[in-house]
Ligand binder design. Structure first.
Ligand code: B1M
Length: 211
């Protein structure tokens, strides 16, 4: 009998094999895909996010949990698409122009996916125009910008400017983050939200998509 609580536990402990096995078992038993997603994977990743925020988990534990979730998602994604289960929203994410740091950005992307968002990851060194294009093409509700260098932070401002120029600024929530970024900087450049860590980034995305 499919055990979604055990699936959540497998995600929390980062047991990739067990997460895949339990997801397949649940699918074989015709457990609805949205229940597997919400009561298994998302439930597990929420605990991981809470533990990370509380400094009970560190980056390696989050990466291991996210890897387990990703493998399980590979089985679940086609079924979710078939059954028409809607994601919570679409987030376009990337590290801004000139910046090659992606460990934090990847963590944020994984936490967002774990929270039920469709995440379009543009990678690193993403030019403002590329963010604009993706927001338009993917019909994103949120654009998430990461920067690790003080010298690349201005590219966040430029990206917001480019969204304005393209006439899509009002259609999308802009959230920013990365080690040198602060709430003050977010306010200064007119971003809609700032996340100090990957778990908070989910809270910010939730706040932006519920508006
Ligand atoms: Co670079 N690097 N680096 N580096 N690097 C830093 C950032 C630096 C602080 C090191 C130092 O001098 N002490 C410094 C920046 C100084 C500054 O500008 N203030 C620096 C420098 C100077 C450079 C180069 C210029 C070095 C050189 O070549 N002279 C160069 C720049 C290259 C470029 O980007 N153009 C460079 C290169 C590199 C590597 C390629 C070697 C490598 C990156 C590998 C990779 O990412 N694939 C690297 C690394 C690893 C680091 C350090 C050591 C670690 C960064 C990291 O991954 N942290 C870093 C020093 C340090 O922090 N100790 C350093 C772990 C990660 C989980 O944290 O990314 O902060 P972080 O993400 C957090 C939060 O910030 C938040 O959530 C994450 C999880 O909690 N978050 C968001 C991140 N994005 C978010 C977005 C959100 C919300 C939250 O919403 C959208």
């Amino acid at each position: 009998m499919a055990d979604l609580k055990a699936l959540a536990e497998a995600i929390i402990s980062g047991n990739q094999q067990e997460a895949v096995r339990l997801t397949q078992e649940a699918l074989d038993e015709n457990v609805p895909a949205d229940a597997i997603l919400n009561d298994g994977l998302v439930a597990g990743m929420s605990v991981v996010g809470a533990k990370f925020k509380a400094n009970e988990f560190y980056v390696p534990e989050v990466l291991i949990a996210a890897r387990a979730m990703k493998s399980a998602m590979e089985l679940l994604r086609p079924v979710l698409a078939e059954t028409g289960v809607e994601p919570k929203g679409t987030v376009v994410i990337g590290t801004v122009r000139g910046d090659l740091h992606d460990i934090g950005k990847n963590l944020v992307a994984m936490m967002l996916e774990g929270a039920g968002y469709r995440v379009v990851d543009l990678g690193v060194d993403v030019k403002p125009e590329k963010f604009v294009e993706a927001v338009q093409q993917e019909k994103a509700q949120v654009v998430a910008l990461s920067a690790l260098l003080t010298t690349t932070m201005p590219a966040m401002k430029d990206t917001i400017e480019a969204l304005k120029q393209a006439g899509v600024r009002d259609q999308v929530g802009v959230m920013i983050g990365g080690a040198p970024v602060t709430q003050e900087y977010a306010d200064e450049i007119g971003a809609d939200g700032y996340g100090p860590d990957a778990a908070s980034a989910v809270d910010v995305a939730n706040a932006l998509t519920s508006k």
